[in-house]
Design a protein around this ligand. Sequence first.
Ligand code: SAM
Length: 253
Amino acid sequence: VSFGFTDVTPDEKVSKVKGVFRSVASKYDLMNDLMSAGVHRVWKTFTMDRINPQPGEVFLDVAGGTGDLSLAFLKRADQKATRYGQHHLKTQAIVCDINDSMMASGRERKEVLQARGELDWVCGDAMALPFKDRSVDALAIAFGIRNVADMDQAFREFRRVLKPGGRYACLEFSHMTAGVLQSAYDAYSFNVIPKLGDLIAGDAPSYQYLVESIRRFPKQDEVLRRIEAAGFKRVDCTNFSGGIAALHFGWAV
Ligand code: SAM
């Protein structure tokens, strides 16, 4: 089954991706927990370990959706501020997403109302970020880069808005490194995920898109090379759950 993403132009991809996330927005957090049995939270925790939030920093959460990473950033910065007496420093997290429905769903979360620090929601495209050069201390994109029509343009944008010395983290579904579990993973992703999508969100095609887009996404080494080509330094890659997801991390100069 194909959701029709194979031969589309970048403009068509942008509008199809918008449709997918408009459709899944209200059930997005629940589906994430169900599909990954909650493991996406562990991957995001590791991502925040690498980002290492500091009080007083500006964090940009590109394709931030309902704001998971931004909330984690503010929470960790607040814990450090408490430990080191730094509450005079104002920490800011910005969720930037192309899709208003995803952000609207995020704004309703109770954790958002309880967040300490500044949390902003900005509608914008990863390929043309509405932020100044060298304006953010750390930038992350979780499960977003796969949906961006021109990934290399997005990497260049990430580098442009990061301050020299800024940290960059990219968490994305990837490719399993050990062949033994591949057939079980294939069976799960091609059969179970679209059925779950149908059952919970009433939308199998959007979840079929998710599975297809993971297959088409480049392997770990190629992503690393393309992040370096955008000018990031000391880029590394950590596989999670045997490569089901991978975290690329690098530094802006
Ligand atoms: N980062 C969140 C998380 O980890 O839960 C949300 C990830 S969700 C799978 C992907 C998000 O990417 C959607 O909210 C979608 O609207 C957004 N998106 C897709 N293309 C984008 C683009 N070109 N620029 C910014 N956001 C984009």
